[in-house]
Design a protein around this ligand. Structure first.
Ligand code: SAM
Length: 275
């Protein structure tokens, strides 16, 4: 307080008797403008505009929300509160206005902001939130039949499992299925959603690297620990891949030269899944 007083950062009104208020100097503001505290609908929009935006993009699904925010409102918040590389979290995503506003802001100022949206209602998440963001990012035909160019950008759609995969000690819970762990391993390894069938220890090939998971007797319990351990006989049973391989298993009995020859990176479950 004393330092602020010495630096002439406190204002006591023109007569010097007013309640003290803090001075903000233009030079110390990165955006160059002091935000005003009153936001009128002329400048940031209102719920009617928000509703029209959703209607125009999704038409058939547009009645689900009574009062979606307009992108201009969220955009004003982004201009004040974010940098070009900020990560913006909206844990009540609804109609997806936040992601729309983030993509708009990035398109306007060349930013690389990212968003994380959370929506608990599956049909809203899939048919409204994700669909709106998909359309505004990639382009769409609006309710009037006009073509609207995409803003660019994209997103990854993830679902939470009903129960956690790991127990309090970090071990994979006993009731976790091969399919559930496959989704997790694939996402941890590739950063993309799993679209495979989870019927084989070879989960898929991503950018030339084959991803395998040995878990829960996927090999019909032929070897050590129900086929969850990487041994030479287990390796012989795996669907082949000529390129590099990542193999998740409970343990590894192959030596380093063999792993190198076979271009295998071994990752031990559950420790390697500590994402
Ligand atoms: C009022 S809407 C948000 C509207 C959004 N801000 C917009 O302008 O488009 C609130 C949303 O949050 C979701 N929701 C409520 N509780 C939640 C929770 N605990 N976790 C995730 N989503 C939740 C609801 O399903 C609803 O879709």
């Amino acid at each position: 307080m004393e330092r602020m007083y010495d630096n002439d950062e406190i204002f006591f009104g023109s007569k010097g008797t007013a309640v003290p208020s803090r001075k903000t100097f233009l030079g110390s503001l990165s955006a160059g403008l002091v935000p005003v505290t009153l936001w009128l609908h002329e400048s940031v929009g209102d719920n009617h505009i928000g509703r029209d935006e959703v209607k125009s993009i999704l038409s058939s699904n547009s009645q689900v929300f009574d009062s979606p925010k307009p992108t201009t409102l969220i955009g004003s918040i982004l201009q004040i509160a974010t940098d070009k590389d900020s990560i913006i979290l909206d844990s009540f995503a609804g109609s997806g206005t936040t992601a729309h506003a983030v993509l708009k802001q990035n398109a306007e100022d060349g930013g690389n902001r990212k968003f994380i949206l959370v929506e608990m209602e599956p049909h809203i998440a899939r048919d409204i939130t994700a669909e709106r963001v998909r359309r505004v990012a990639g382009g769409y035909t609006n309710a009037k039949g006009e073509q609207v160019e995409g803003l660019g950008g994209g997103f990854q759609y993830c679902r939470l499992s009903k129960e956690p995969l790991f127990d309090a000690t970090g071990a994979v819970r006993e009731d976790v299925t091969f399919a559930q762990l496959s989704e997790f391993v694939w996402f941890a390894e590739t950063g993309t959603g799993f679209t495979g069938k989870a019927k084989s220890p070879l989960l898929g090939v991503h950018e030339g690297v084959a991803v395998y998971l040995l878990y829960n007797g996927i090999l019909k319990d032929r070897t050590v620990d129900g086929g969850n351990v990487l041994t030479a006989p287990v390796l012989a049973l795996l669907p082949p891949h000529a390129g590099p391989k990542v193999i998740y298993a409970a343990a590894n009995r192959l030596g380093a030269p063999r792993l190198q020859r076979e271009r295998i990176v071994f990752k031990q479950t559950p420790y390697a899944l500590d994402c």
